[in-house]
Write a protein that binds this ligand. Structure first.
Ligand code: ZN
Length: 467
C-alpha cells in the first residue's frame, strides 16, 4: 500500500506501533483529488464506515463538492478506532493539504463524539453542521420508544420537528418549538437535552447564515461509502487491495468531473434569459439553474412581498443572488454580473499553479543544513526517519492488527448494520416495542393529525390515544 502510494504520488501519512511495527493509522489523498480540494475547499463531509477491510478498522472518508454538483473523495484514512485522538490526527492531515490562509466554510458530519470534539480544535474558524438526516432519524427513534406507535413517531419528526428545524427566524423557531413541546413533552425533553446544545449546527435560522452550498446532510459521503463498497466488493480486503480498488474508483470519478467542468466551460446554454446571459461559460450550469429557480420563486410574489419576505437564503447559503436582488436587477433592465457570485461557482478549472501543497524551499534548506550540522549520533536517526518516509516500501511495516471490538460484523457482507431507527420501526411493527410513555410525555392537547386507518400500526398498540 505504501509503495503504491509513493509510486502514484499520493499525499500520504502513516504511523506504526513502535513495538510491533504494525500500521496503526494511514491517510491517503490522490494527487488529482488534492488539486480539486485546493480549489473546492469550501465544504467537506466526513464520515466513517466499517466492513471494508480484514482488520475491521473504520475507514474515514472525506468528501468534497465541485461546482458542477459532483462529489469527490478528498482523502481517506484507516484508523484503529473513532476516538478524538485519531480524528485529530486525520483532520490535521486534511488541513495540511491546504494553504494556511485558506478557510473551510463548513464541515458536515453525523454526531460521532470523537469527531464532534476534534473539529473545533483543528478548524476553529469553520462552521460545523450536523447531518439533518441523522438528527431526524434519532428523534424518530426516540419518538417511537416514547409513543410506541410508528405513525405518531413519524408525525412528531416529519411535521412538528421539521417545522422546528426549518424555521427561518428565531421567532418562528420558538413558535414551532412551543407547539412540539405542548404536544410531546417527552420527545421535547429529549431534543432539548440531546440536540439543543448543538443548535447552531442544525437549526436553519442559524445555519442559513453559513455558506454551505446546500450541504446540510452527509448524503454525499454516505453515497461515497455505498459506491466504495460496491467497488470493493468484499468486506475483508487487505490494505494493498483497498488501495488499488479505491484508486481505480477515484480515477473514474475524476474523468467524470473533468468532463462536467469542461461542459460548463465550453457549451453555451440555450434559452437563457437576458438577465443571465453574462453568466454562460463563466459559472457552472448548476449555479445558473439555481439562479433561474430563485428568479421563478420571486416571480410568484408581489414586489412588496418580495421586499419583505424574500428571506435572502440563497444569497447566504449558496453565495448566489436571492430573488429580491434578481428582480431588482431585472426591473432595472440590467444583467447579473459574474463577479458578485461566490468564487466557488466561478472556478471551472482546478489545475492551477498552486494546485499542489508544497513546503517552503528556504525551510527545506534550513532542515538539510540542520541535519548536516547535527551530531553524528543524531544524524543517523534523522536520516533513518527521512529515509523511511521516502522509501516506505523498504520499511518493516506490518499489516494492521485485527480490531477486536469492531462496530460492524464483516461476516454479513459489506452491508451496514441496521440503524437504531430501523430496529425501532421493525419492533413497533411486530409489536415488541411497548410504550414507555410517561405522564410527562402525554400530549397536553389534541394531536393535530388524526389516526386514520392507513396510519394505524399493524400491531395492537399498547397505549390508546384519546382524541
Ligand atoms: Zn433577498
Amino acid at each position: 500500500m505504501l509503495a503504491l502510494a509513493v509510486q502514484h504520488k499520493y499525499v500520504h501519512y502513516w504511523v506504526t506501533d513502535q513495538e510491533t511495527d504494525e500500521l496503526t493509522h494511514v491517510f491517503m489523498a490522490h494527487p488529482e483529488a488534492v488539486k480539486m480540494f485546493r480549489s473546492y475547499y469550501y465544504v467537506v463531509q466526513i464520515d466513517s464506515t466499517y466492513k471494508t477491510n480484514e482488520y475491521r478498522l473504520p475507514l474515514v472518508e472525506m468528501v468534497g463538492v465541485t461546482p458542477v454538483g459532483k462529489s469527490f473523495v478528498i482523502a481517506y484514512a484507516l484508523v484503529t478506532h473513532e476516538s478524538e485522538e485519531k480524528y485529530l490526527w486525520v483532520l490535521r492531515k486534511l488541513k495540511a493539504l491546504l494553504n494556511d490562509a485558506v478557510q473551510l466554510n463548513a464541515i458536515v458530519t453525523d454526531c460521532e463524539g470523537g469527531l464532534l470534539n476534534a473539529i473545533p480544535i483543528v478548524f476553529p474558524d469553520s462552521s460545523h453542521l450536523l447531518c439533518l438526516w441523522h438528527i431526524y432519524s434519532n428523534v424518530e427513534t426516540k419518538a417511537l420508544y416514547i409513543t410506541g406507535q410508528d405513525s405518531w413517531a413519524k408525525h412528531v419528526t416529519c411535521n412538528l420537528f421539521q417545522a422546528v428545524v426549518e424555521a427561518e427566524t428565531e421567532d418562528k423557531f420558538n413558535v414551532a418549538w412551543g407547539k412540539l413541546a405542548r404536544e410531546w413533552a417527552g420527545v421535547a425533553a429529549y431534543i432539548e437535552r440531546q440536540w439543543f446544545p448543538h443548535l447552531e449546527k442544525w437549526a436553519k435560522y442559524r445555519t442559513n447564515k453559513i455558506t454551505h452550498f446546500g450541504n446540510t446532510s452527509t448524503s454525499r459521503v454516505e453515497s461515497a461509502h455505498a459506491n466504495l463498497k460496491r467497488w470493493l466488493n468484499s468486506a475483508k480486503l487487505a490494505v494493498d487491495s483497498i488501495w488499488s480498488r479505491f484508486h481505480s474508483l477515484m480515477e473514474t470519478q475524476h474523468v467524470e468531473i473533468r468532463h462536467s467542468l469542461e461542459l460548463s466551460r465550453s457549451r453555451r446554454l440555450t434559452g437563457i434569459q437576458r438577465l443571465f446571459s453574462r453568466l454562460s461559460l463563466k459559472i457552472s450550469k448548476n449555479a445558473i439553474s439555481e439562479l433561474r429557480e430563485e428568479f421563478e420563486r420571486g416571480a410568484k410574489m408581489t414586489k412588496d412581498a418580495l421586499t419583505i419576505d424574500c428571506g435572502c437564503v440563497k444569497a447566504t447559503t449558496l453565495g448566489l443572488l436571492c430573488a429580491c436582488s434578481l428582480h431588482r436587477i431585472s426591473r432595472n433592465g440590467s444583467r447579473v454580473p459574474v463577479d458578485v457570485l461566490h468564487a466557488f461557482w466561478r472556478k471551472l478549472e482546478y489545475d492551477g499553479s498552486e494546485a499542489m501543497p508544497t513546503c517552503d524551499d528556504d525551510r527545506l534548506e534550513e532542515l538539510f543544513e540542520e541535519i548536516r550540522n547535527a551530531d553524528p549520533s543524531m544524524r543517523s536517526s534523522m536520516f533513518d526517519a527521512l529515509y523511511s518516509q521516502i522509501h516506505p516500501e523498504q520499511e518493516d511495516v506490518n499489516e494492521p492488527r485485527v480490531n477486536e471490538n469492531p462496530r460492524g460484523r464483516p461476516s454479513r457482507g459489506t452491508r451496514r448494520d441496521p440503524s437504531a431507527v430501523e430496529h425501532a420501526r421493525v419492533r413497533v411493527r411486530v409489536g415488541t416495542l411497548s410504550s414507555q410513555r410517561t405522564p410527562s410525555s402525554t400530549p397536553r392537547s389534541t394531536p393535530t393529525v388524526p389516526v386514520t386507518p392507513s396510519s394505524t400500526p399493524r400491531s395492537t398498540p399498547t397505549v390508546r390515544f384519546t382524541p
